[in-house]
Design a binder for this molecule. Structure first.
Ligand SMILES: Nc1ncnc2c1ncn2[C@@H]1O[C@H](COP(=O)(O)OP(=O)(O)OP(=O)(O)O)[C@@H](O)[C@H]1O
Ligand SMILES: [Mg+2]
Length: 263
């Protein structure tokens, strides 16, 4: 065997090993169709590092990202978000990367933009967590794959806020507003895609998800993104309470009594 052939066959064995960690014939088929070789190798690496032990089902499939269920080495449930590289509109993503001082000089290829996107989500989740905002705990990331805490009960992922009837809308409203303020004042971030679709509800507690597009408040469009987030949440809560967007905005950006957490 030539050296190249040898390397390729070693790669094939790795890819096979990654596939074997995906449980069930159907899931394996989905994985083979959906994930390219690079992604399977990334999963292989995460398995080798002891981050993922097994992938066993799909939480959500999409055009741009798939979220799978997994188990860690200690048997803890995981959510594994895998971004598809081929189908991403990277210009749309650059709008949230350019202007964020943490990610200067990103290469203009779809692949490096997607990888930056994943790193950005991981960093944003760390910041949010430090600021006291409930988000899934970020565990690891590599290339286009992000591994995080699974928010759910047993095997069941927690439902989106969109799909539950809030028992105490008033409490929930204050909680979400508090999160938005902590995100803004303490983490120095604006979510930039906040809505009832990106909040999961577990035991009456809201968890903010999908932080890949979140930007630092110094981003030139941060205020515009914040107003859109406020509008979305106001529209949601308006079915239950009287809300005022201007008041919400003032509350969120009033950082006098909130200490900024600096990285
Ligand atoms: N940690 C988690 N635990 C349980 N379920 C999750 C978790 N993260 C995501 N999900 C589920 O997967 C769905 C998609 O996740 P998310 O919103 O992060 O991806 P997306 O909308 O495809 O993201 P993007 O806009 O970055 O492409 C969520 O609506 C939720 O149902
Ligand atoms: Mg989402």
């Amino acid at each position: 065997m030539g050296r190249l052939e040898e390397r390729l066959s070693r790669l094939d064995r790795k890819i096979d090993a990654a596939r074997k960690r995906i449980k069930g014939v159907e899931d394996r088929q989905v994985a083979t169709e959906v994930f390219d070789r690079a992604t399977l190798l990334t999963l292989y690496d995460l398995a080798n590092r002891g981050v993922i032990d097994l992938l066993y089902g799909v939480i959500k499939t999409g055009k741009e990202a798939n979220v799978l269920k997994g188990y860690g080495k200690g048997g803890e449930p995981l959510a594994v978000k895998i971004h598809l590289v081929g189908t991403r509109n990277y210009r749309a993503m650059l709008k949230y990367i350019d202007g964020d001082y943490r990610f200067k000089g990103v290469k203009r290829s779809t692949r490096s933009v997607v990888y930056t996107w994943v790193k950005k989500e991981f960093k944003n989740m760390e910041r949010a967590l430090e600021a006291g905002v409930k988000v899934p705990m970020p565990i690891a990331y590599k290339n286009n794959v992000l591994v995080m805490e699974f928010i759910g009960k047993g095997e069941e992922p927690a439902p989106m806020l969109k799909h539950v009837f809030p028992e105490e809308p008033d409490r929930l409203y204050r909680k979400v507003l508090g999160y938005m303020r902590a995100l803004y004042c303490r983490a120095g971030l604006v979510h930039a895609d906040l809505s009832e679709y990106n909040i999961l509800m577990r035991d009456g507690t809201p968890y903010i998800i999908d932080l890949s597009q979140a930007v630092v408040i110094e981003h030139p469009q941060a205020q515009e993104f914040l107003r859109a987030d406020v509008r979305n949440m106001a529209n949601y809560f308006r079915s239950y309470l009287e809300v005022d967007e201007g008041e919400m905005l003032r509350y969120i950006t009033d950082c006098r009594r909130v200490k900024r957490w600096s990285m």
